[in-house]
Design a protein around this ligand. Structure first.
Ligand SMILES: [Zn+2]
Length: 252
């Protein structure tokens, strides 16, 4: 009885290994489709981010330009007000009654004259600033236009690849789901973890000429034996991948 149970358990391990191997095969097929798409999804996402960034920058420049224009018109108005005051003071100068009034008006005129000079200086500065901003806006808009063209082109490329492989990928994902349902959760979690840390996405590899098929490190003879017997799930001590004997899955 105990022996029979033992045998059942042993068979189960072989089944587990086969299931993991099939899961790995399906996932590798999906990986291949992704490789076909290459860097395109990433490039599309990068371009989209870049365009959002440029758009934000343009809006910021435009707001600054508006502020500068308001500042220019404020300074111009200020200069006009000062000029009016000067005109008024000059009229009053014609009717001064004493030196004190004359001095007072002269000082006011002097003050307003300086105010006009200051406003004119600011208008000049703001005008330079607004020209620079307008140029930046124009440049950024031209640049964003180019980027949008690039994006449209890359999106088109990606869409055509995706539509070609979509059905195939969906079917593979269905198959993956079905296989995953057959794997006990703890083993599946371990499998996913190994796959994630493996550079080529392979969590299950065959032993090839006494070496791990994932990292090509030599496997000690005793371990090779254990793998061949297939009664235990054995991982490579170097790369952590699950190692299986080719005969287990009918491969050479
Ligand atoms: Zn290895």
């Amino acid at each position: 009885m105990a022996r029979k149970q033992q045998e059942e358990k042993e068979v189960a391990v072989e089944d587990k290994l086969r299931t993991l191997y099939h899961l790995q095969q399906k996932l590798s097929e999906i990986d291949e489709i992704k490789t076909l798409r290459g860097e395109l999804p990433l490039e599309v996402a990068d371009l989209e981010d870049e365009i959002i960034g440029l758009d934000t920058r343009i809006k910021k420049y435009e707001a600054e330009l508006k502020e500068t224009e308001v500042a220019i018109s404020n300074q111009k108005q200020k200069a006009k007000d000062s000029a009016l005051k000067i005109e008024k003071y000059k009229e009053q100068l014609d009717n001064v009654r004493n030196n004190r009034e004359f001095d007072h008006l002269s000082k006011e005129i002097e003050f307003e004259t300086l105010e006009i000079e200051l406003s004119e200086k600011k208008v000049k500065e703001f005008t330079i600033e607004s020209k620079a901003l307008a140029e930046e806006i124009q440049k950024s808009k031209a640049f964003i236009g180019e980027r949008k063209e690039d994006l449209a082109q890359k999106k088109e490329e990606l869409d055509s690849i995706v539509s070609e492989t979509k059905q195939q990928e969906e079917q593979l994902r269905e198959e993956v789901k079905t296989i995953e349902a057959d794997v006990e959760p703890r083993l599946l979690t371990a499998f996913k973890r190994i796959r994630k840390s493996a550079r080529n996405g392979l969590a299950v590899v065959m032993i090839e000429r006494g070496a791990c098929g994932g990292c090509f490190n030599k496997i000690p003879p005793q371990k090779q034996m254990d793998i061949k017997i297939g009664k235990k799930i054995i991982v490579c001590e170097y790369c952590g991948r699950v190692m299986i004997d080719p005969e287990l899955v009918g491969a050479e």
